[in-house]
Write a new protein. Structure first.
Length: 82
């Protein structure tokens, strides 16, 4: 029960996040991670997996986790697996 409720942010939390967030898109710098055969970013360490959350993060740049939609996107996409 607590796990589910802690995932959901209140509207106040969202506004607070937007105030704190200083998101500015910085493009990834991908290179091949030979050990797993995947593209990964030298700057932020993101590994581009073939799933929706990875594609979203790739599109948003290195500071994707500072994007105002990050938490809601994460919640939305992780909820689909439950
Ligand atoms: Zn990056």
């Amino acid at each position: 029960m607590n796990i589910i409720s802690s995932k959901i942010m209140t509207h106040a939390d969202m506004q607070n996040l937007q105030v704190k967030s200083k998101y500015k898109k910085v493009g990834h710098s991908f290179g091949l991670l030979k050990s797993v055969g995947k593209q990964y970013c030298h700057k932020c360490g993101l590994i581009a997996l073939n799933n929706e959350i990875s594609r979203w993060a790739v599109g948003k740049g290195c500071n994707y986790h500072e994007h105002t939609a990050w938490i809601t996107t994460l919640n939305r996409l992780t909820k689909m697996r439950n």
